[in-house]
Write a protein that binds this ligand. Structure first.
Ligand code: PMP
Length: 409
């Protein structure tokens, strides 16, 4: 018997039972299996821009490599990047942040994770309006917190109302998460709506707001997207803004996200960053600074293209009997109510009783892949992404129309 055979396997921590794989990764596995079997798929699951990173950003990264900017940086980023972030925040919110009020993550995703790690004690509550981005609840639970899921309705534009917020707040509430523009619904909170929520928060000083604004540049209405700090500057210390370069500049693989908020929280995040990754990639930081400091041509051009694609997908889905798409105000997803199809029967005799049944029917009969509503805490719906060519969108719409036409209702 060797030494290794006598040792037990590393036993996973209890906290691992509180986190599951992201639904997007699960869907990606299913798609891969389908493709390996030689079937064509139309992935409306896409969650990243299909554009290339702008050339001036790539050039800045290459220049940084040649200039030797290839070493550890401060945990909260290089001065150049922090300055670029501060300027961007001033342009957007009118607020002047100090460098100690800025922090960095390996993507907005890691940053949100670190916010919860830095602030949640066992049993602390985080209010998460549904439909929600898939990662929030798991990030809360793995860090010892308790997600408090608060439903919204189509009539309310899938937005948290002051009344629902007030009802959900307890003595243990630490955060409320606001994601605007929202993934998956495309909802954008207007100034009046944010003011209403701010009024509730003024009455509950122990509650802070995590504003995930990662899609703020991809919006089809008034620019800039209203921000909680702009409408309620008195709450600035309790508002933590999260943003990044992934979506706006087609830089998902570069992994740079940033946060702005209380210096104490940014300091804590820097400490966690210094003990876990040291810092985000120095080369990616140089690229992100160039993106934020650069002109708006890339964003203006891509938003024009996204607008055409959005209109194409919304119109196509709207013509399919049984589907009710919501027109997104931002982001690149169309949230679609498919509840009218529940109870319908497929050609092979299966009665659709769950989101999984519906997704499987689409995949089997037309190869179209969507992410179902239950992943976002809102069954009977699905998210269809439009960061895809117009031809692919047309093909996918035709596929979905075919799949739905096969159902007996
Ligand atoms: N927040 C939301 C709402 C998102 O959809 C995403 C990306 N899917 C993120 C945060 C994370 O973005 P990043 O690539 O910067 O980690």
């Amino acid at each position: 018997m060797t030494l290794f055979e006598t040792l037990p396997m590393p036993v996973l921590a209890e906290r691992m039972s509180r986190v599951k794989e992201s639904p997007s990764s699960r869907v990606a596995d299913r798609v891969r299996a389908f493709q390996e079997a030689g079937r064509e798929v139309l992935p409306l699951t896409i969650g990243e821009p299909d554009f290339d990173t702008p050339d001036h950003v790539k050039d800045a990264a290459i220049a940084a490599i040649h200039a030797g900017e290839t070493k550890y940086t401060s945990a909260n980023g290089t001065p150049a990047l922090r300055t670029a972030i501060i300027s961007r925040l001033r342009r957007k919110t009118g607020q002047s942040y100090g460098t100690e009020e800025i922090c960095l993550g390996g993507g907005a995703k890691q940053l949100i994770f670190l916010v919860f790690m830095a602030t949640l004690d066992e049993g602390d509550e985080v209010i998460v309006p549904a439909p929600y981005w898939v990662s929030y609840p798991d990030m809360v639970t793995v860090n010892g917190g308790r997600p408090v899921i608060v439903g919204t309705t189509a009539a309310e534009g899938y937005k948290l109302t002051p009344g629902r917020l007030r009802e959900a707040i307890t003595d243990r509430t630490k955060w409320v998460v606001l994601n605007t523009p929202n993934n998956p619904t495309g909802a954008v909170y207007g100034e009046e709506e944010l003011r209403g929520l701010a009024d509730v928060l003024r009455a509950h000083p122990h509650v802070s707001v995590l504003c995930d604004e990662i899609y703020d540049e991809i919006n089809f209405g008034a620019r800039p997207v209203p921000s909680a700090v702009t409408v309620a500057p008195d709450l600035r210390e309790r508002v933590f803004l999260v943003n990044g370069v992934s979506k706006a500049y087609a830089m998902t693989g570069w992994r740079i996200g940033y946060g702005a908020g209380a210096a104490s929280l940014c300091g804590a995040i820097g400490t966690l960053q210094s003990q876990s990754s040291s810092c985000p990639s120095s080369v990616s930081q140089a690229a992100a600074a160039a993106a934020l400091d650069g002109g708006r041509e890339f964003i203006d051009r891509t938003v024009r293209i996204y607008t055409e694609r959005r209109d194409l997908l919304v119109a196509g889905l709207g013509e399919i009997d049984g589907l009710r798409p919501t027109v997104p105000q931002g982001g690149f997803y169309v949230w679609t109510d498919a509840s009218a199809l529940m109870g319908a029967v497929t050609p092979s005799g299966v009665t659709l009783t769950s989101d999984a049944d519906l997704a499987e029917h689409f995949l089997e009969t037309s190869g179209v892949v969507v992410i179902t509503g239950d992943s976002y805490g809102f069954p009977g719906h699905f998210r269809a992404g439009f960061a895809l060519s117009s031809d692919t969108i047309r093909e996918a719409v035709a596929g979905l129309a075919h799949s739905v036409s096969l159902l007996r209702r």
